[in-house]
Design a protein around this ligand. Structure first.
Ligand code: F6R
Length: 604
């Protein structure tokens, strides 16, 4: 949440910062700003709204080779010009951009106000600028260190000071900061997305590390002024992977990328010889995996829902009790961490604050946690004992689509791997393996029917409320379908286990409240038919996502192909994603950057 970018080099900073902010816009888009060192002081431009609003205020030319930029997702103070970053001290000697939350902002604010400082914004960030300006140390790094010792919270910051016009200082404490190393140019950002156009060489800062960047190099030290020797690592991402290409939106592009993304997730991981899976990065011997008596999966939002489905897959295949829990719920209930439980943390970004905090809680109590992560080198990936990367490629749309389905694919592989060490027979293993191999092609086929799903999306766009129902795996599919619809189209959508409908929610079923029923061709199909009949009796329109004709007539029916029963959710989610997308288009919503949201939630 919030994008930070910084540049020190020989080129003009302005276009580099602006381009970096566009790349980071999915992290927050309620206001943006830049600060650049120029002769005689700092040039600062900021504006409420998207980066392009700020860009419109920039002069045609602005000379200066050192600068910082920010795109904001509001925590303290509403989106406005005044609350946009960078923030400065009264004399505009210091400029700060910040991602995260200063928890003791109230106390710091009171102290500054009592000292007569006139604050111009409601942000916690401005306090940092005033505090740094008051320090009398010999260097900007020393002054930043001195202030951060007084500050609590989780944050990443970038700072400029007019007395040191050739340097940029960044610090990480809980919110990601990565340095980009190029020839005679150094970058800092909250996400590699802002760097890949310029360099593939990066240095990830760890918590409590502070970096000083000049055009001649960078130096990383800790808050205790101890030097950290950091070697750059190479990222494999290409700039072109962040392009929208010919698609109208990143969400649509990412939906259509899913067959390839799932094929990448599977690449090299299918083991036909043993009808099993190969998972190289777990860092746990196969025999040691067998000692775990329970599995728990943690994540937030869609990552949590992917965990719910993953838990069902693993439990069915490995016959190990397995469940999923929202990471924030887990970390705040003082969880009992058992040595016999294996934990998984699911995160696309690898930076979600609550998921990371849950990982740290487990590790502090001696538990073993593995990551199921998309962003290579991200904090969660680096913190976990081992894990499985999704290899889905960058996901830029705020709502997750391809990483959701790749996560399910990873859990199918984990379930297969564990299951084949236990009760899953070679022939049962082979059946799943064959279905996994066929999956990308089947996904392509389903996505080829976009026009059919678009028509349904447009038709349902007129409603303001919708129910999603299903049983077992179908209920988890309903949860994700409802989340996608509400996030992008702002239609109020609620998911319920189909069995729960008559215990309360049925009261709201009317001709104006459609129900999207997830009806796989499984043992519960008759039960689902009974529920659909109950809805129809109340004149509620029903859209069924099924695997064949149904014995009951429904308003709309979408049929997806048969596959292995554990992979059915993957095929059923494709029409649900496209229905949400097209409903959002029909309602003229900002599909890639929905209201109030941002990707990579690095605050609590
Ligand atoms: C929903 C969505 C969010 C994320 C959640 C966790 O479409 O994208 O609910 O799933 O914020 O993010 P990661 O996976 O980065 O930890």
């Amino acid at each position: 949440m919030c994008g930070i970018v910084g540049y020190v080099g020989r080129d003009n900073a302005m276009p580099i910062l602006v381009e970096g902010l566009h790349r980071l816009e999915y992290r927050g888009y309620d206001s943006a700003g830049i600060a650049i060192h120029r002769a005689g002081g700092l040039a600062i431009y900021k504006a409420k709204g998207k980066v392009r609003e700020m860009e419109a205020r920039l002069p045609a030319r602005l000379k200066g080779t050192v600068g910082i930029g920010h795109t904001r997702w509001a925590t303290h103070g509403e989106p406005s010009d005044a609350n946009a970053h960078p923030h400065t001290d009264t004399c505009e000697r210091i400029a700060v951009v910040h991602n995260g939350i200063i928890e003791n902002a109230g106390a710091l604010r009171a102290k500054l106000v009592a000292d007569g400082v006139k604050l111009t914004s409601e942000t916690d960030t401005e306090l940092l600028a005033h505090l740094i300006a008051r320090e009398q140390g010999t260097s900007l790094v020393d002054n930043v260190r001195a202030v951060l010792r007084q500050v609590s919270g989780a944050y990443g910051i970038a700072v400029l000071e007019t007395d040191h016009p050739h340097e940029l200082v960044v610090e990480r404490n809980g919110s990601p900061v990565v340095l980009g190393i190029a020839d005679n140019a150094f970058f800092a950002a909250s996400d590699v997305a802002a760097l890949v156009r310029h360099t593939q060489q990066v240095v990830y800062l760890d918590d409590g590390e502070i970096a000083r960047l000049t055009k001649d190099g960078y130096e990383v030290t800790t808050l205790d002024a101890v030097r950290s020797d950091k070697t750059p690592s190479t990222i494999e991402l290409l700039d072109t992977e962040f392009d929208k290409e010919n698609f109208a939106h990143f969400m649509l592009k990412e939906i259509h990328e899913q067959p390839d993304a799932v094929a990448r997730t599977l690449r090299g991981r299918l083991d036909p010889r043993f009808s099993s899976a190969r998972l190289g990065g777990l860092n746990i011997e196969a025999k040691d995996l067998l000692r775990f008596k329970r599995i728990k999966i943690l994540g937030c939002g869609s990552a949590y829902i992917a965990g719910v489905l993953g838990a069902k897959m693993i439990e069915r295949l490995a016959r190990v009790p397995c469940d999923a829990e929202p990471a924030a719920e887990f970390r705040y209930r003082n969880p009992i961490i058992e040595q016999e439980t294996l934990y998984f943390a699911v995160s696309q970004s690898g930076e979600t604050f609550d998921t990371l905090a849950a990982v740290e809680e487990i590790q502090r109590k001696g538990g073993t946690v593995l990551g199921v992560v998309n962003s290579v080198g991200s904090t969660i990936a680096r913190t976990c004992h081992g894990g499985v990367y999704l290899h889905a490629g960058p996901e830029v749309a705020v709502v997750s689509t391809k990483t959701f389905l790749c996560t399910l694919t990873v859990f199918a592989l984990i379930g297969l791997y564990l299951g084949r060490m236990k009760d899953v027979s070679p022939s049962a293993g082979k059946r799943l393996l064959t279905a996994l191999e066929a999956l990308p092609e089947q996904m392509l086929e389903v996505l080829g029917r976009e026009d059919e799903f678009a028509a349904v999306g447009r038709k349902y766009a007129r409603y303001d409320h919708a129910y999603f129902i299903g049983r077992n795996e179908g209920y988890a599919v309903a949860m994700e379908g409802a989340l996608k619809l509400k996030e992008v189209s702002y239609i109020h959508a609620e998911a319920y286990p189909a069995s729960e409908l008559k215990h309360g929610p049925l009261a709201l079923v009317t001709p104006e409240t459609p129900t999207i029923a997830i009806v796989p061709n499984d043992d519960l199909v008759e039960k689902n038919m009974a529920t659909i009949e109950e809805i129809k009796a109340r004149h509620g329109p029903v859209l069924a996502i099924a695997q064949g004709e149904l014995p009951v007539e429904v308003e709309d029916l979408i049929v997806v192909p048969e596959t292995h029963e554990l992979l059915t959710p993957i095929l059923m989610l494709l029409p649900l994603q496209l229905i949400a997308y097209h409903a959002a288009l029909a309602r003229e919503c900002d599909v890639d950057q929905p209201r109030n949201l941002a990707k990579s939630v690095t605050v609590e």
